[in-house]
Design a binder for this molecule. Structure first.
Ligand SMILES: Cc1cc2nc3c(=O)[nH]c(=O)nc-3n(C[C@H](O)[C@H](O)[C@H](O)COP(=O)(O)OP(=O)(O)OC[C@H]3O[C@@H](n4cnc5c(N)ncnc54)[C@H](O)[C@@H]3O)c2cc1C
Length: 500
C-alpha cells in the first residue's frame, strides 16, 4: 500500500467492511519438479518428461486458459490478494476465459496432482483462494453479466459488486449483496452474502436460482440436475466442491432512494460504550425490514450507522431520538439517489494489510450483557482494534429460505466482526494478540456460531461454527459426490466423509 491510512480513515474507506505459507520460490522450468502440493502424497507423483525451454509457453497457453508461471509478466498482478498480510505463491495461475477453460485447468491440475484453489474477487480473509505450490484457478476474466429476462440475471463468478450494481441499478433492479465494491460475487454468494437490503429480501445466496460448476473430478455439473447441490452452494460453496462458473439470480425491484443517519460518540470508556450498545440493541431490534444498522467501535470512538430506503417509520424516528440522547453528535441525512449512496460504501479499492474475522452471531443483548464490558475495554484500550455489530434478522429468518440453503444462522439477528488494519512495515503482532484474546473470551462464554465469509484459521470446531453439525454432515455427503478425492482444498474446506 503506497498511501498510508489513518485508522479512522480506514473504517470509512472500508465501507460496511466485511469484513500461510511462504515457501521458497519454485523452479518452474520443469513442472514435474514442483508439482507436489501440501495436500498430496509426494510418493504418488509420477515424473513427467521435462519440457524444453522453448516449449514452455506454447504448452502453457490454450484457447481458453493462460497458464501463468512465476516468470510470466502477468503473474505478479494476478497473484495479488486483497489482503496483503497473506503472501502465497502458486506454481501456476490458470487465468481462465470461460467454463471450458476452467474444466481444462482442473484436468491439468488433476493430471499434475496440484492442489486446486479458486479465486474470484480475491477478498478471502484467510487466503483460501490461493495456495503455495499448487494451482490457482483465477476467474478474474470471467466477469460478464446478461439478463435472461427483466428480473433474472446470469452472472459470471468474478463480477465485482460495483460492476453488479452498475449493471442492475440502471434497470431499476437490485441483487441484495454486500457493500464493498471490489468483493467478488461468487465468493460472497457461496458463503451467504448480506448487506443493506438483506433484512427486506434475504441473503445473496437466497437469490441463487441455478449454478454451473466444474467439480473436483473435472466434470461439468448443473444444479438443476441436483437440488441438493444448490442447497449446498447457498452458504457452503466457497472452495469446497468445485469451481462455480456461472450463477443465475432472481433480482428484486430497486428502491428509489437511500437515507443514512450517523451518530458519533468520542473518548468513550467501556461503561458508557456498554450503555450505548444496550440502547442500540434495544432500538435496532425494533427496526422495520428496510432499515439496517451497524455499531462500529474503533478504539475510543463510536460510529453508529442507520440506513433505510422507504419512508421513515416511527421505529426509525424513535431510534434516532434515543441515539441522539446518548451519543455526542448526530448527522441526520435526507433521501439520496441509491446508486450514488452505494458508491460511498465501496471502500478501499486497492489491497491493504488487515486481519478481520467473524466474532460471533448474537440473538440479543442479554447473551453478551454480563461480560461485554471486558471486550469493550480491550477494544478501547488496545490500539488498533475495531469491533462492529451489524443487524441481520428480518426476512433472512424466513423458514422457507432456511430449508432451501445450508446457511444455518437465520435466527440470529446480529452478526459481529473484529477488524484490524495496519500500514506496510508495521508489526501487527500486538494487535493480533488482542484480537485473539477477544475471540477466546467469546468462545469461552459460548459464542460459537461464525459467519463463513468472515473466516478465521484459529476458530475451534469451525465446521459446526460455520454450518452447524447437521448441515456439516450433509455437506460432507455433497463433497463425496462432487469431490471425493478432496482436490478442491483449503484449510477450512469441507472434508469428505471418513477423512480427518
Ligand atoms: C473489504 C471487505 C468487505 C466485505 N464486505 C462484505 C459485506 O458487506 N457482506 C458480506 O456478506 N461479506 C463481505 N465481505 C466478505 C466477503 O463476502 C468474503 O470475503 C467473500 O468470500 C469474498 O469473495 P471473493 O470472490 O472476493 O473472494 P475470493 O478470495 O476470490 O474467494 C473467497 C472464497 O470463495 C471461494 N470461491 C471464490 N470463487 C469461487 C467459485 N467461483 N467457485 C467456488 N468457490 C469460489 C474461494 O475459494 C474462497 O474460499 C467483505 C470482505 C472484505 C475483504
Amino acid at each position: 500500500m503506497n498511501k498510508k491510512y489513518q485508522r479512522r480513515e480506514v473504517i470509512k474507506l472500508m465501507g460496511l467492511s466485511g469484513f500461510s505459507l511462504l515457501l521458497p520460490s519454485c523452479n518452474l522450468s520443469n513442472p514435474s519438479e514442483t508439482a507436489n502440493s501440501p495436500l498430496l502424497n509426494e510418493d504418488s507423483i509420477e515424473s513427467k518428461p521435462q519440457l524444453k525451454k522453448e516449449e514452455i509457453f506454447d504448452y502453457f497457453k490454450s484457447e481458453n486458459v493462460s497458464y501463468l508461471k512465476k516468470e510470466d509478466p502477468q503473474y505478479p498482478k494476478n497473484n495479488i490478494s486483497f489482503n496483503l498480510r497473506i503472501q502465497q505463491e502458486p506454481q501456476i495461475i490458470a487465468l481462465c476465459e470461460n467454463t471450458m477453460g476452467v474444466q481444462e485447468a482442473v484436468k491439468y491440475a488433476l493430471e499434475n496432482k496440484l492442489q486446486i484453489n479458486v479465486k474470484s474477487g480475491g477478498h478471502s480473509f484467510e487466503g483460501f483462494s490461493s495456495n503455495t505450490g499448487g494451482i490457482q484457478i483465477n476467474l478474474s476474466l470471467m466477469n460478464k453479466m446478461h439478463w435472461e429476462n427483466e428480473s433474472t440475471l446470469i452472472a459470471q463468478p468474478a463480477c465485482l459488486l460495483k460492476e453488479l450494481y452498475d449493471e442492475t441499478l440502471p434497470k431499476k433492479r437490485i441483487l441484495p449483496a454486500g457493500s464493498c465494491g471490489t468483493v467478488g460475487l461468487a465468493g460472497l454468494t457461496l458463503g451467504g452474502g448480506y448487506g443493506f437490503f438483506s433484512r427486506k429480501y434475504g441473503l445473496s445466496c437466497d437469490h441463487l436460482l441455478e449454478a454451473t460448476m466444474i467439480d473436483g473430478e473435472g466434470r461439468m455439473v448443473k444444479t438443476k440436475d441436483d437440488p441438493k447441490l444448490l442447497w449446498a452452494l447457498k452458504g457452503g460453496g466457497n472452495g469446497n466442491f468445485g469451481i462455480v462458473t456461472e450463477l443465475k439470480f432472481k433480482t428484486q425491484p430497486a428502491p428509489k432512494g437511500f437515507t443514512r443517519h450517523r451518530f458519533k460518540a468520542y473518548k468513550l470508556d467501556s461503561n458508557r460504550a456498554k450503555d450505548i450498545l444496550a440502547t442500540w440493541f434495544r432500538t435496532s431490534s425494533l427496526l422495520p425490514n428496510h432499515a439496517f444498522s451497524a455499531f462500529v467501535l474503533n478504539g475510543k470512538t463510536l460510529t453508529i450507522l442507520l440506513t433505510h430506503y422507504e419512508k421513515t417509520d416511527s421505529e426509525i424516528e424513535s431510534m434516532v431520538k434515543e441515539l441522539d440522547k446518548v451519543c455526542d453528535k448526530t448527522s441526520r441525512g435526507g433521501e439520496r439517489d441509491l446508486a450514488k449512496s452505494l458508491k460511498t460504501y465501496y471502500g478501499v479499492q486497492e489491497p491493504i494489510y488487515f486481519k478481520n474475522s467473524s466474532a460471533g452471531y448474537y440473538q440479543n443483548f442479554q447473551e453478551i450483557e454480563n461480560y461485554i464490558v471486558e471486550i469493550l475495554e480491550k477494544v478501547i484500550g488496545g490500539k488498533g482494534l475495531i469491533y462492529q455489530i451489524n443487524t441481520l434478522g428480518g426476512n433472512i429468518e424466513d423458514p422457507e429460505k432456511e430449508s432451501q440453503s445450508c446457511y444455518p444462522h437465520r435466527k440470529f439477528g446480529f452478526l459481529s466482526e473484529l477488524q484490524a488494519y495496519w500500514d506496510e512495515g508495521r508489526n501487527p503482532e500486538k494487535i493480533i494478540s488482542g484480537f485473539d484474546e477477544i475471540q477466546e473470551i467469546f468462545y469461552n462464554k459460548g459464542i460459537r456460531r461464525q459467519y463463513r465469509n468472515y473466516p478465521n484459521l484459529k476458530f475451534k470446531e469451525w465446521e459446526s461454527a460455520y454450518w452447524g453439525e447437521d448441515n456439516y454432515k450433509e455437506l460432507q455427503k455433497v463433497k463425496m459426490t462432487y469431490d471425493p478425492n478432496n482436490r478442491i482444498f483449503h484449510p477450512q474446506s469441507i472434508k469428505p466423509l471418513n477423512s480427518v
